[in-house]
Design a protein around this ligand. Structure first.
Ligand SMILES: Cc1cc2nc3c(=O)[nH]c(=O)nc-3n(C[C@H](O)[C@H](O)[C@H](O)COP(=O)(O)OP(=O)(O)OC[C@H]3O[C@@H](n4cnc5c(N)ncnc54)[C@H](O)[C@@H]3O)c2cc1C
Length: 399
């Protein structure tokens, strides 16, 4: 049973679990963490295990138990007045999306791992995904959290009032903390009205510079929801995909090579871009060599220069690139030992080494490229205050 929890989605990160525990309620998480705290046992938290930086894989020495959130699947009735819902950390994104749709609402964050990625994992990594230009990352959807601290104490803020002014928002502190500060057990998430019409267009481009020109036009479109970029050969032709809430005529200023506003047509246009992560995973399996996944963000004004600089460091056969263009976020997938060189280029071009996947185990050593010593010291002090024994997700995030 443990083996599924000991290797990550990419096959690049491995560990050994002392045991795998699947608590079924917040109280059971509390009891488990109290026992771990008393015995000094480290805990690796696993959600849907679709993370791409090895954060849900236990250390190799077998010291940590894996706490899986898969049974934390409570669902409270949708609050239509407030436009929100409380769900357990183990609820998958696809289940949350279905729940929202039944009430004619929408959960704004969407990503291709939707069938497995969980609410807890998305909160812990502040998942971004496809609709950030319109709605922001997971952080912007979190109205409150319930969490269990390393000593087993439960903190809960799930009331769902639109505003409160009660000092430091600890829930937002946990968003993006990659399981190093607490186990998230439930979240109150914002739901939004579902758009009546959606359209998708594909614009062929030669590379990042042209793609940025398309972005400039797309930004003027009303109802803009997604601006995605993908390069051949991970897709059949290098393109920008634009999604807008509204009829297909809205896309005319982009002069798309293909466009659709019916569900089947839209899905067909999304298909290649959505499959990019799986396509590269298949290629990695064929090559017998796990892919190295870098998820970086650059200022838009330096993105084209950065992309050219990557070509000088990584040969084309070993490189696959796509990303969320509006945020300057490129997923640089590569084979060979070139991570450090590419991440140095990111820093030289004023970017950050992780834009949405997180630091996990994969980028711990590179964190000083994107955070100052004072920032890392602050993160350490927060960790020390909330988890003084350093039991939660050892080896993740902090160097
Ligand atoms: C095909 C594919 C497409 C993807 N696309 C995107 C994308 O567009 N945007 C994006 O941001 N990411 C994307 N990802 C990455 C991944 O899906 C996200 O990081 C997602 O948020 C991880 O959720 P999970 O439940 O699988 O978390 P896991 O992989 O299980 O865990 C991720 C991290 O969160 C911690 N964690 C998990 N649950 C909890 C909890 N309840 N409390 C505290 N810590 C916890 C883990 O310890 C680990 O450090 C993609 C992955 C795949 C495979």
């Amino acid at each position: 049973v443990s083996s599924a929890y000991e290797t990550d989605w990419t096959g690049r990160w491995h560990g050994r679990a002392r045991s795998v525990e699947r608590p079924g309620s917040t109280d059971e998480v509390g009891a488990l963490l109290r026992r771990c705290s008393a015995a000094g046992v480290p805990v690796t938290i696993a959600g849907g295990r679709t993370g791409l930086v090895g954060g849900a894989v236990p250390p190799e020495d077998g010291s940590a138990l894996v706490l899986s959130t898969e049974r934390l699947t409570r669902v409270e009735p949708v609050d239509g007045d407030e436009g929100s819902v409380v769900v357990g950390a183990g609820v998958t994104l696809a289940a949350l999306q279905r729940l929202a749709r039944e009430e004619d609402l929408e959960y704004a964050v969407d990503l291709a791992a939707r069938d497995s990625a969980t609410v807890g994992g998305m909160v812990a990594t502040d998942a971004g995904g496809l609709h950030v230009p319109a709605y922001g990352t997971t952080r912007a959807q979190v109205l409150g959290l319930e969490a269990v601290l390393a000593d087993g104490s439960v903190v809960s803020r799930l009331h769902g009032l639109a505003k409160e002014a009660l000092g430091t928002d600890w829930a937002q502190l946990l968003v993006g903390s990659e399981g190093t500060l607490a186990v998230v057990t439930a979240a109150r998430l914002r739901l939004r009205p579902r758009p009546r019409t959606l359209c998708v267009g594909i614009v062929g481009v030669a590379g990042v510079a042209e793609a940025l020109a398309v972005l400039g036009v797309a930004r003027g479109l009303p109802g803009l929801r997604a601006v995605e970029y993908a390069e051949a050969p991970v897709v059949s032709r290098t393109h920008v995909l634009v999604e807008v809430a509204g009829p297909v005529e809205l896309l005319a200023p982009l002069d798309p090579v293909a466009a659709a506003d019916d569900a089947a047509g839209r899905a067909a246009l999304w298909a290649e871009r959505e499959a990019a992560t799986e396509t590269v995973a298949r290629l990695a399996a064929e090559r017998g060599d796990p892919v190295h996944k870098l998820d970086v963000a650059l200022p838009l004004g330096r993105l084209a220069d950065f992309r050219r600089a990557v070509d000088a460091v990584v040969p084309g056969d070993d490189l696959r690139v796509w990303g969320h263009l509006a945020e300057g976020n490129l997923h640089v997938n590569l084979w060979g030992d070139r991570d450090a060189a590419v991440l140095r280029l990111v820093a030289e071009h004023g970017g950050v080494i992780s834009s949405e996947h997180g630091v996990g185990r994969a980028k711990v050593d590179a964190l000083p490229l994107s955070r100052t010593a004072a920032e890392i010291a602050l993160l350490r002090r927060l960790k020390q205050a909330l988890d003084p024994q350093g039991l939660l997700n050892p080896g993740v995030l902090l160097p």
